[in-house]
Design a protein around this ligand. Structure first.
Ligand SMILES: Cc1cc2nc3c(=O)[nH]c(=O)nc-3n(C[C@H](O)[C@H](O)[C@H](O)COP(=O)(O)OP(=O)(O)OC[C@H]3O[C@@H](n4cnc5c(N)ncnc54)[C@H](O)[C@@H]3O)c2cc1C
Length: 478
């Protein structure tokens, strides 16, 4: 859409097309949706569409495509890359599926569930539990992020080691393409080799190739036994060896292996009132590990035996097993509160990187040297999903350091860290996607053939460029 006069006209036409409940223009409706979760981006929008069915999304997109109106889908707005924030032109239509939050079907025998894309992740987890099943995607944002957003970002979380990312957890998808046509593949098929996999193309596409309206998700047997431990280790090398030993000894029951440095634990204990000291010996690094089983197995016994072996091999300094659910929650709170504690502590520079799992210690060594060299005003807080080779390689401002000087280090540090990642065969965006934050990084690090293929796909599916323009790929004038 071209300008503000057009937007008044299109809003009234859309209201006629969709009905008053499905279109809002009031500042109270729009204002909370115009900035991203991290407050890095702020935009404007002409209106907010709240369709309540796939048919309505289809009518909406057909209209927008005809009139060249940009559509920016937004789920729970918990994404880290500004992917759900419109630009500043004020001409885009924000699209939320929050009225589409029906669990359409739960089929325990198929180990599958079909949910509207506007369901929150927590609602899907509860629906699975209701059928004595388990949906393993788990994120700190699960109370507010939506299944549509999880699919569009290919979310990861804390159980990827055992169950994979959203890509691995999705059997089928329903989506509306830019011209309003609907792809509906919601059958709970484990095997279907019929042509290009459009489901996988749409997963991770961040709203740029279609609007995801529903999905058929994979369920697993309910978890009946768990063991959780907080472990002190002397080095990242030891953490890596311990990870391997736990995988070998646990018959693939290791679900979570999260790395937390002393610096992060200090921040959490200092800034998060509910956080409790885990009580293990102080160490440079800690691991939060969790084993889970759908049988009645003795998970505590299994974990204890593996840790005893690790002690014999000098891989562990100290460990505490959660004695009950409350202590398990305490351990998890320490890990999940790291981003909040970082925020309270001051400004931070963030990198969401991955390298092959076996190269994590080398990456930490080389990356730490870069931080020391580039950011004298900061200190490293590198934590995250070591079991997936994914670190949130963050740097926090030292107390009392000059904020402007600290923030001025962002660009050179980012270049150095991402160059290091690339040289080690890794990724500059492991789980948070591209959004608008990392468009230039994608242009820099993707192979020319990859970029050309991405652009060709975008053009084929959205020739007028109405779907989330400027996200993932730079928008080109139609
Ligand atoms: C405390 C916290 C912890 C987090 N932990 C993790 C973690 O461990 N792992 C992880 O991967 N992420 C994590 N995240 C990031 C975030 O929660 C995920 O990226 C999540 O999947 C985003 O879902 P959302 O509904 O909030 O999407 P939004 O932020 O609203 O949107 C994200 C992208 O998806 C697009 N989109 C949204 N809905 C649709 C749809 N229906 N169809 C097409 N496109 C759509 C948007 O346009 C945007 O590009 C965390 C965030 C927070 C705040």
């Amino acid at each position: 859409m071209r300008d503000a006069t057009d937007s008044v006209e299109f809003v009234s036409q859309l209201r006629e097309l969709l009905g008053p409940d499905s279109l809002r223009t009031g500042p109270d409706d729009l204002a909370p949706l115009l900035a991203d979760h991290r407050q890095l981006f702020r935009g404007r929008a002409a209106a907010l569409a709240l369709p309540d069915s796939t048919a309505e999304v289809s009518r909406l997109l057909a209209f927008c495509n005809t009139h060249r109106i940009s559509v920016v889908p937004q789920g729970g707005n918990t994404g880290y890359c500004g992917g759900a924030t419109p630009d500043e032109s004020g001409t885009a239509l924000l699209l939320s599926l929050r009225r589409m939050r029906r669990i359409r079907a739960v089929n325990a025998d198929d180990f599958a569930l079909v949910a509207d894309a506007g369901c929150t992740l927590a609602e899907v987890q509860v629906a699975a539990e209701g059928a004595d099943r388990y949906f393993p995607l788990s994120l700190g944002s699960e109370g507010s992020c939506q299944i549509g957003g999880n699919l569009a970002t290919n979310a990861g979380g804390t159980a990827v080691l055992r169950y994979g990312m959203m890509r691995d957890l999705t059997l089928g998808i329903e989506a509306v393409l830019a011209d309003g046509s609907v792809i509906s593949q919601l059958a709970p098929l484990r095997k279907d080799n019929t042509g290009y996999d459009l489901r996988q193309l749409l997963i991770g596409s961040e709203g740029t190739l279609g609007i995801i309206t529903a999905a058929c998700l994979k369920l697993f047997p309910a978890v009946r036994a768990r063991a959780t431990a907080w472990i002190s280790v002397a080095s990242a090398d030891q953490a890596l060896s311990l990870l391997a030993l736990l995988r070998e000894r646990s018959a693939d029951r290791l679900v979570t292996c999260e790395l937390v440095p002393q610096a992060a634990l200090n921040l959490v204990l200092q800034h998060i009132p509910a956080a409790r000291d885990p009580g293990t010996a102080a160490a440079p690094w800690y691991l939060l590990v969790e084993l889970a089983s759908s049988g009645e197995d003795d998970m505590d016994g299994l974990l204890q035996a593996a840790l005893a072996q690790a002690l014999e091999r000098d891989l562990v300094l100290d460990a505490a097993l959660a004695r009950n659910g409350a202590q398990r929650e305490d351990f998890w709170r320490l890990r999940e509160s790291v981003p909040a504690a970082q925020r309270v502590a001051g400004a931070s520079l963030k990198h969401d990187i991955s390298v092959p799992v076996a190269r994590i210690p080398e990456f930490i060594r080389r990356g730490s040297a870069l931080v020391e060299q580039h950011v004298p005003e900061g200190f490293l807080v590198a934590y995250g999903h070591i079991g997936d080779g994914n670190l949130h390689f963050n740097v926090n401002q030292r107390p009392g350091a000059d904020s402007a000087a600290f923030l001025a280090r962002e660009a050179p540090l980012k270049r150095a860290v991402h160059d290091l990642v690339a040289s080690m065969g890794g990724s500059f965006s492991a789980e948070h996607g591209i959004g608008q934050l990392k468009v230039a990084e994608l242009e820099r690090y993707a192979q020319p053939a990859e970029l050309a293929a991405m652009r060709a796909i975008k053009h084929a599916l959205d020739p007028n460029g109405i779907l989330n323009p400027g996200k993932v790929l730079r928008s080109t004038p139609p």
